[in-house]
Design a protein around this ligand. Structure first.
Ligand code: M6R
Length: 614
């Protein structure tokens, strides 16, 4: 979603800002803008464009934009249409300019109050009230920009990551964090930076200060000062490296494609240090984790989107391996429910980004309202994310940066960790050490199996041509494969825009069978398990109604293609790994179907990588 970059230096920062915005494109946005102060007294020059950052670059080049101080933004519309006027930065009276991530919930009454005080609004955004409030504070005598931002933000309800400049104090940028992540980049020799994601600043620094909730900071070219609750505070500098290569597509056409093919290594990295040849290494969860696990009697998983599907798969593992009840909830629903927490519940939040607003809110809700949770655990791909920092402990997926909006390697590495969690809890609930050894041996073989499955790419590419004229599709799976079918359907709809619905195959005759005809492709995942015979009956139900089946099947079940059924065989694998392995061909199918449909695969319409607003 929205992205922020700011810079102050003794050189022209416009290229740094534009490069930063390009690096944030993966988050999803619809317009972009930049404000610069060139020489003191010369005023703020603002450029905004609708559409891609490339449009802003073109406009900036035309205008020969330059300045030693600047802020920039990619906007994902929440309040007000996608227009040039609504794009950030927003200003007040030519003096203040700011960019904002988040949502101001009390913007309506503030707008009325400010209008009555004589302010004219140029946009439909919630953000503009902040610019006027800061301006008002400055005009009412707040001596410094920092004080004015502090006074203005005290009036706000909602979430914000803010970056503010003042024409009359052209030697500083003031930033504020409440509910949205912001990171300061510590530059070398007379320059400093700020961004909503360190990735945006990879070209200028590898030293970062992660702001905490309620932090206000003032950046000059020579100094960084952080304040919280009116007091100066010290924040550690973290050094990050190795991000640059992850930003390149290399030989791949799209980040999504690259990330699908990175899965064997991502899973290997996720297993590394977490399992030995035959055992889960419990210490990997942290020193106090063992004591926490001893107290767990059931698990509550909360997540959104693809991460939610990972939770749904985990429920089956937690029941069958750990013999523990598990509840899985969509975060946006959980956070507003009158939840009942049984004592001995481990709360697990699953998220690729660790910044998803609903998942974070669910974690905060669980922490604040219920003392009965044994602990909160984050399963996350970003070590520095808010989710990780606010959970009692965490287990990081080692997927590396995931840039494609459609989540792929994050999902399979989440599943890897959730399976490990099931084993660790199972140990305390009767899982024999020889069973653990077998499961861990199976897991160690997973990267090679995924590799083999990826070799189906060519065959799936060919098959995807049959989706070129399709507008609807059904995905079927039974038991633990139902969430896999859901994930397959989500992938297809999100990047190819083909309507896709997933059903537990047993539900077919309770309604969806009415949809089946020759125009409705039915995609089925068919592993070699106890439910296979039942699934075969479901396949017959579809063929009998003229439906066209595409079955991803374990090679061991001996299913053969015929006129109504195209079978693609996957390498045989231990049953416990089925959900991970069967996800891979569905990712490839959606990728190739999207290529045929000609969509913008890494930036599908209306979607953002990290959904940081409710
Ligand atoms: O970063 P998170 O895992 O918390 O994100 C949750 C969802 O927004 C995300 O999985 C979304 O559904 C993906 N676009 C799916 O591909």
């Amino acid at each position: 979603m929205c992205g922020i970059v700011g810079a102050i230096a003794q050189r022209n920062v416009s290229d740094i800002l534009l490069e930063g915005l390009k690096r944030l494109e993966y988050r999803g946005y619809d317009s972009a803008g930049m404000a610069l102060i060139d020489e003191p007294g010369k005023g703020i020059s603002t450029i905004k464009t609708v559409g891609k950052v490339a449009n802003l670059v073109e406009a900036a080049n035309k205008k020969r934009a330059s300045g030693n101080l600047g802020i920039a933004h990619t906007r994902w519309a929440t309040h007000g249409k996608i227009t040039r006027a609504n794009a950030h930065p927003h200003g007040s009276s030519g003096r203040v300019s700011l960019v904002h991530n988040g949502i101001i919930e009390n913007h309506e009454p503030l707008r009325q109050e400010l209008t009555a005080a004589g302010y004219r609004f140029a946009t439909q955004t919630d953000t503009e009230v902040i610019a006027h409030l800061i301006h008002q504070a400055l005009e009412n005598g707040e001596a410094s920009l920092l004080q004015a931002v502090s006074a203005a933000t005290a009036r706000l309800q909602g979430a914000y990551g803010l970056c503010v400049i003042d024409r009359q104090q052209p030697d500083r940028i003031v930033v504020a964090r409440c509910g949205m992540s912001l990171v300061i980049g510590d530059g070398i020799g007379g320059e400093n930076f700020v961004a909503s994601d360190p990735l945006a600043l990879g070209q200028v620094t590898d030293r970062f200060i992660y702001l905490e909730e309620g932090d206000l900071a003032e950046l000059t070219s020579e100094s960084i000062e952080v304040w919280n609750g009116g007091r100066r505070v010290k924040r550690e500098i973290a050094t990050l490296s190795g991000k640059a290569a992850e930003m390149e597509k290399g030989a791949y056409q799209h980040f999504m494609q690259k990330e699908i093919f990175e899965q064997p290594q991502a899973i290997r990295d996720t297993l590394s240090g977490r399992v030995s040849e035959e055992k889960v290494l419990e210490e990997a969860f942290g020193v106090s984790a063992g004591k926490i696990f001893d107290k767990v009697k059931q698990v509550q998983i909360v997540a959104c989107g693809t991460s939610f599907h990972a939770g749904l798969v985990a429920k089956y593992w937690l029941e069958s391996i750990a013999r523990m009840p598990c509840q899985v909830d969509i975060a946006s629903d959980y956070r507003y429910r009158d939840i009942i927490v049984q004592s001995g519940t481990l709360f697990v939040a699953v998220s690729q980004s660790g910044e998803t607003a609903d998942t974070l809110a669910a974690l905060r809700y669980a922490s604040a309202h219920n003392r009965k949770h044994v602990a909160t655990l984050a399963i996350c791909n970003v070590a520095t994310s808010s989710l990780v920092r606010e959970s009692d402990f965490c287990l990081l997926t080692m997927a590396g940066q995931e840039i494609g909006v459609a989540s792929t390697k994050a999902f399979t590495t989440q599943l890897t960790l959730l399976l490990i969690l099931a084993i660790v809890l199972g140990r305390r609930n009767g899982l024999a050490s020889e069973d653990e050894a077998r499961l861990v041996r199976d897991m160690n073989g997973l990267p090679d199996l995924v590799d083999k499955t990826l070799q189906l790419d060519k065959e799936i590419r060919k098959l995807s041509k049959q989706f070129s004229d399709k507008h609807h599709s059904l995905f079927l799976g039974r038991g633990i494969q139902y969430p896999v079918a859901k994930e397959g359907a989500l992938k297809l709809k999100e990047i190819s825009y083909i309507h896709a619905e997933a059903y537990p195959a047993g539900e077919l005759k309770h309604g969806p069978l009415a949809l089946v005809d020759s125009d409705m492709p039915v995609i089925v995942v068919a592993p070699n398990n106890d439910l296979l015979d039942k699934l075969r009956s479901n396949l017959s139900e579809v063929s009998a109604r003229g439906g066209k089946l595409y079955v991803f099947a374990d090679e061991g079940i001996g299913l053969e293609s015929d006129r109504s059924c195209k079978v693609i065989n996957l390498p045989g694998c231990p049953e416990v790994l089925d959900p991970i392995l069967f996800t891979v061909p569905l990712q490839l199918l959606s990728y190739h179907a999207a290529i045929i449909k000609g969509t913008d695969i890494d930036h599908p319409r209306n979607l953002a990588k990290s959904v940081t607003v409710e």
